[in-house]
Design a protein around this ligand. Structure first.
Ligand code: PSV
Ligand code: MN
Length: 388
């Protein structure tokens, strides 16, 4: 089977953003397992990310997390990325790892703490100015653990105030992406728990504010593709944090737990024009590789998204809408399943060969000896990890 031109072109232009933190050590609250060769600096994280791009050809940018990736000169870091053939992407704000944030960051009852959190968000916009990043990703750990602990509605007011202050600081093509998460670390109320809350704030904020869907942030059984279709239709889908979950916010490799769900999501993205040039959707990974090697884990994840995208692009839309219009339930379902059940791996291997890449990125990276080299070279220093 040869690949239709439109499908090949969409796949060649797809870009998936890698999270800098995926290359550092990570784990659970029970144990962080160190791995050899883990980066000690943001520059070393960029070097590892560049390897993923080198073998997949579709991972040209890396998201930073501040202050995990704090450096003295972000212009220099951006220049280093460019030397490596990649660029700095989304800037993720971190207002969840300071003792002051015990009762929240931007929704904290204490004005001093709210100011401190807002100052960090504004600092992140300075980082965007210095790196040329388009997007600021905002996730708040804010919420409460006990009924009565704080005023639920007042916390929404404080959130709205902080978001508006961030919006007012943005310029040029800069956007703010608001991420929601059902629960954790707060267990009773979470200030941005679902897409509806994020959407309502983003609507008020206007065109620069968009919702980001982290696929691991929903209750079991949630129909994520519905959310995607709805937000796209409203022009309010800013991007994805892709990962897989079995139980909670597991941050496992995207497409590992439920490749069919990933296909259904990508199908709605294609249907809603989200892959079109100019659609502005950021396709990001937000993952941790606790027990598997990190660079191959990222390569596998990128390939999983690419495979799901290829299948979504192969849906015979003419046959699908004809079946839908005539009420042919089984026929419509069969059209979708035919695309899902297509083995797209040979098509993608051909596509890579055409781009001058190795058809098998996993094996090519393994053969390169890079992992052995960084394991030997990166001795001493403090390996990067969650929180460092
Ligand atoms: C929160 O669980 C989250 O999904 C946010 O995107 C954070 O920035 C990220 O994880 C940290 O890994
Ligand atoms: Mn996320």
């Amino acid at each position: 089977m040869s690949i239709p031109d439109a499908v090949a072109s969409a796949l060649r232009h797809q870009a998936i953003e890698l999270p800098s933190w995926a290359f550092g050590n990570s784990g659970t609250r029970f144990k962080v397992f160190g791995q050899p060769g883990v980066p000690r600096t943001p520059e070393e994280k960029l070097a590892d990310a560049a390897q993923v791009h080198r073998y997949t050809g579709i991972a040209p940018s890396v998201a930073l997390h501040i202050p995990w990736d704090e450096v003295g000169d972000y212009g220099v870091l951006a220049a280093r990325a460019e030397e490596l053939g990649i660029r700095i992407g989304t800037i993720n704000a971190n207002v969840f790892q300071d003792d002051d944030y015990r009762l929240g960051s931007v929704t904290n009852p204490e004005p001093r703490v709210r100011r401190k959190a807002l100052d960090h968000l504004l600092h992140c916009v300075d980082v965007m100015d210095a790196t040329g990043s388009r997007d600021l990703k905002l996730w708040f750990a804010d919420g409460t653990n006990y009924p009565g602990q704080d005023d639920i509605a007042a916390r929404q007011d404080r959130l709205a105030e902080a978001l508006e202050a961030v919006r007012a600081r943005l310029s040029g093509n800069q956007r703010m992406l608001l991420e929601y998460k059902l629960f954790e670390p707060a267990f009773y109320t979470t200030d941005v728990p679902d897409w509806g809350t994020a959407y309502a704030h983003c609507r008020t904020l206007g065109a620069r504010a968009q919702v980001v869907v982290d696929t691991g942030h929903h209750a079991p059984g949630t129909n994520i593709e519905f959310i995607v279709a709805f937000l796209l239709r409203e022009g309010k889908l800013g991007g994805f944090d892709f990962n897989s979950r079995f139980y909670a916010d597991d941050d496992l490799m995207v497409g590992a737990a439920d490749p069919f769900q990933l296909f259904r999501i990508m199908r709605e993205v294609v249907r809603g024009g989200g892959l079109d040039r100019g659609a502005g959707i950021a396709f990001m990974l937000d993952q941790c590789h606790n027990i598997e090697p990190k660079i191959p884990g990222q390569i596998r994840s990128v390939l999983n998204v690419q495979e799901a995208t290829a299948k979504a692009l192969l849906v015979d839309t003419g046959a699908l809408s004809a079946a839908q219009r005539s009420g042919d339930v089984l026929g419509a379902n069969a059209v979708l399943m035919d695309a899902y059940n297509t083995d797209v791996r040979p098509l993608l291997a051909d596509l890579r060969t055409g781009l001058g890449l190795d058809p098998d990125p996993m094996r090519a990276f393994e053969r390169s000896g890079y992992l052995e080299r960084i394991s030997a070279d990166r001795v001493g220093g403090q390996p990067a990890g969650w929180g460092a």
